[in-house]
Design a protein around this ligand. Sequence first.
Ligand SMILES: Cc1cc2nc3c(=O)[nH]c(=O)nc-3n(C[C@H](O)[C@H](O)[C@H](O)COP(=O)(O)O)c2cc1C
Length: 402
Amino acid sequence: MYNLANKRVLLGVTGGIAAYKCAELVRRLREQGAEVQVAMTRGAREFVTPLTFQALSGRPVRTELFSNEAEAAMGHIELARWADCVLVAPASANFIARLAAGLADDLLTTLCLATTAPIALAPAMNVQMWNNPATSANVRVLKERGVILFGPATGDQACGETGPGRMLEPGQLVEALTLLFQREDRLRGQCVLITAGPTQETIDPVRYISNRSSGRMGYALCKAALNAGAEVTLITGPVALEPPAGARVVQVRTALEMRDAVMAEAGQADIYIAAAAVADYRCAEDAATKIKKTAGILTLRLTPNPDILAEVAALPRAPFTVGFAAETESLREHAKAKLAGKHLDMIAANLVGEGKGFERPDNALEVYWQGGERSLPLAAKERIATQLMELIADRYHEKNKN
Ligand SMILES: Cc1cc2nc3c(=O)[nH]c(=O)nc-3n(C[C@H](O)[C@H](O)[C@H](O)COP(=O)(O)O)c2cc1C
């Protein structure tokens, strides 16, 4: 049985002494059925020749960003899309720093910035380099962005010192990658419906009522669901974000449009995640022409919008339904009341206001379900989304076992 059958692994090799072990790594990845494309930094080529990796991987090794020949075949963006996973082994201190800084100054860093596939690093360096606060800070930044670390191990080093900084052995890296793909595949074949962003409620032809949702959490969840192998439909209000490649996207503007789009899809969905900040009210009358400015007070009459989340949860064959609760106080009580009141399978609650939640790149969540709860501490929304998707997959499979 091949644990990595048809998996496309982009193996980045950087300039560390452990690069020699990656010849064995390529052989073992291929033994497990993976397709391996090697990309080497200039530093890596000081340690091992591309020819070695070409012979073992069966593919020409990529080394240059500015290469007419390579770009004409599979360009760097196509290569970034091709990969199911990027594994950088060994990951040098220098490479880790360049990745943390967001540089794209050679082929490998550019590929890492351009890919939506998970990125795993197998650091390998001298113990002092690993313990250096600069490296620690870079690793922290990368982890917050969802980059996965395989190792390093502790032990004797090529430089004669002992301590953390050894690259994991090729067999351990293959095992770690297999586990990563198993986790990644947890929602394969499942249809996940996600709503994201704010809605805009019309006042007149030029004005609307909206809220401060940026859509980032919903978009990050969309990416996490795609990474977990799901087929994803994203129903999105107006946001300034690029939808993740691979999702089917339905653009809506108002709460009523969002309701219609959700109800058209909910019957086919296995999981529904309501991350949109749907306006609770819309104008009772929308003016056909622009409302003129007058000296006096203008009164708008508002009428409640439908509760899309409750409607989906009440369907006879309801999908596994996950709600969000953005609260300014009494988070736990409000979230638990919403979980029970709307018959949800799970609710993810966060505090908003005072610089929390909306319009920020990070978030912290309290997640509740019948009989359980979990805190996801403050981290980049991408990372929180991956953790939440793992919890959703756990609970979804648990529910369907019964
Ligand atoms: C003999 C030798 C061994 C090295 N081993 C390592 C190592 O194990 N880890 C590391 O981070 N850097 C190591 N370096 C330093 C890197 O090769 C150097 O920082 C280089 O710029 C890395 O480039 P790259 O990250 O673009 O591949 C070594 C350098 C030499 C000369």
